[in-house]
Design a protein around this ligand. Structure first.
Ligand code: SF4
Length: 231
């Protein structure tokens, strides 16, 4: 969420000469700043311009009932894992509503758990439900994130019942538990029980930016994301 409201932010222009309203945001609001008090008594360093991340799941039903038929989710400057997970959760929610005409609390809880698996600041509905104020500021270091998932790679091709071909982003080892994130439905955990290079030679540890074949995972399709718990 941009604390400065869409189309009105000049923090990036002012600090970096990069216009956020033309796609050049330097994320200046996320930096640490010093506060100089009038009596010059103290300079407090803080992330007071950094907002919490917007989470609109809880109000999605209300929005749909009000006739909103298009939503925008953040992802342009984010990782593949972030963009993939957020789009999956919100598209599942919209599809669920179209099919059932309501949301169940259990279902919302599950989607909320998914949203917690990507790197994020604290979530808040913020100005979707009320005026943004001091409670919507995330005044902590981003490294305080407790997210424990990492993107392993992208499925770039499949041979049904044989293997999935993966473009590796983060190294993993033979026997490690990975999770396939399908476009619909829950993630599928599986073991990288055998890792083969394109030459069909077995590997015990992969390297980023290489292609490997992993055992077939039912339901896998091209462009699915693989993730794993951080070791
Ligand atoms: S992320 Fe921060 S700096 Fe960038 S447009 Fe939003 S409020 Fe401005």
């Amino acid at each position: 969420m941009c604390m400065a409201y869409s189309g009105n932010c000049v923090i990036s222009n002012f600090t970096q000469g990069r216009d956020s309203n033309r796609g050049g945001c330097a994320h200046s609001c996320r930096f640490e700043y010093s506060l100089k008090f009038e009596n010059d008594e103290a300079k407090k360093k803080a992330y007071f311009m950094s907002s919490k991340d917007l989470n609109g799941l809880a109000v999605l039903e209300e929005f749909i009932k009000e006739g909103i038929d298009s939503i925008k989710v953040e992802g342009r400057m984010k990782s593949h894992l972030y963009a993939g997970t957020i789009s999956k959760v919100y598209s599942e929610a919209l599809r669920y509503y179209a099919e059932h005409g309501n949301f169940l609390s259990d279902q919302i809880y599950e989607w909320e758990q998914e949203l917690k698996k990507v790197t994020h600041r604290a979530y808040a509905p913020s100005n979707l439900t009320e005026k943004a104020d001091a409670s919507t500021i995330f005044n902590e270091r981003e490294s305080d994130s407790t997210v424990d998932y990492v993107m392993i790679g992208n499925v770039i091709d499949t041979a049904e019942d044989e293997f999935i071909l993966v473009d590796v982003r983060n190294a993993f080892t033979e026997g490690q538990t990975l999770e396939l994130v399908p476009f619909r439905g829950a993630g599928v955990e599986f073991s990288a029980s055998e890792i083969l290079g394109l030459d069909n030679v077995a590997q015990t540890r992969t390297k980023p930016s290489t292609l490997v074949k992993l055992p077939w995972v039912a339901g896998a399709s091209k462009n699915n994301i693989l993730r794993a718990k951080r070791c």
